[in-house]
Design a protein around this ligand. Structure first.
Ligand code: SAH
Length: 274
């Protein structure tokens, strides 16, 4: 049952009215690479030269690359330009931190590609509640990984609740985010060790829900925990073995509506803890 006593709508795809296929003829985002290819790329890629990794100019250049990939929301670009991505990855890979690419973070997982992070946040900011408030409100992130996206979200949200099912990554994210969690002007970030398929009922409902791992269904808990006016963005296989696409679900008083966007390539959404 939902908070107002009415039965929550069942999960995707049963009850969700498909409103649009917004897939573009020329996809904006190249899919992210599988983990083994990301690792191989990281080994081969040339290091950026001439600028220290802590420099604002390096981050600004990455934001410009993301803009060139089609992201137009200045708030998202500013948030990307503010977060030192190299601090979230292994120092051996740090020289690739400001390329628009996913990179391995251990345990078979990857840090997401900046243009994909940006696109998903841009989509969230275009939801009804976020348009009305000008920010993401209370955000649920499924798949903390190294914590990078949580740090970006924290610049645009009121609260961030981020769930990770792999204990070593949850612990690593806690370490990586420690300097950010006390920073003034940033949203509070709460890290939860748990199965994100269940969402996180104690803090529901969420104005924004973002998944960093792709499954074959949208867990019912996510749509149940989405606030009225809220928006969910997640990678989803529309059939087993088919490519993932970004799916947007909007919740109104009466319905859940979904639209389908670019092809992406995320690590799989798994059940249970590890
Ligand atoms: N948000 C990260 C991306 C991490 S990769 C970033 O900033 O780059 C996706 C993460 O989702 C992995 O760490 C993986 O362990 C996690 N994951 C997969 N299934 C999950 C589930 N059911 N609950 C919570 N986390 C999950």
């Amino acid at each position: 049952m939902s908070r107002n006593g009415r039965r929550a709508p069942p999960g995707f795809p049963l009850s969700i009215e498909r409103v649009a296929d917004a897939s573009r003829a020329a996809p904006l985002l190249r899919p992210q690479r599988p983990v083994h290819e990301a690792a191989e790329h990281a080994r081969r890629a040339a290091a950026p030269t001439g600028l220290g990794l802590d420099s604002e100019a390096v981050r600004a250049r990455m934001a410009e690359r993301v803009r060139a990939a089609g992201i137009g929301d200045e708030r998202v670009l500013a948030a990307l330009a503010a977060v030192p991505r190299h601090q979230f990855i292994d120092s051996a890979l740090a020289t690739q931190a400001y390329e628009d690419t996913s990179l391995p973070i251990g345990h078979g997982q990857t840090i997401s590609k900046p243009s994909v992070v940006a696109r998903m946040i841009e989509l969230l900011l275009d939801g009804a509640a976020a348009r009305a408030s000008g920010h993401l409100g209370r955000v649920l992130e499924i798949g903390t990984g190294c914590g990078y996206q949580a740090a970006v979200l924290a610049r645009l949200a009121r609260n961030v609740i981020s769930i990770e099912r792999l204990k070593p990554l949850h612990d690593k994210a806690r370490e990586n985010l420690a300097p950010w969690r006390s920073a003034r002007g940033l949203a509070d970030i709460r890290l939860v060790y748990g199965d994100g398929r269940l969402g996180h009922p104690p803090n529901a409902p969420y104005a924004s829900i973002i998944a960093a791992a792709g499954g074959e269904d949208l867990p019912a808990a996510w749509t149940e925990q989405l606030a009225v006016g809220g928006r969910l963005v997640a990678p989803l296989h529309d059939a087993p073995g088919r490519p993932q696409r970004l799916v947007v679900v909007d919740r109104t008083e009466a319905a859940l509506r979904h639209s389908v966007h670019e092809a992406v390539h995320f690590v799989p959404l798994r059940s249970g803890l590890a």
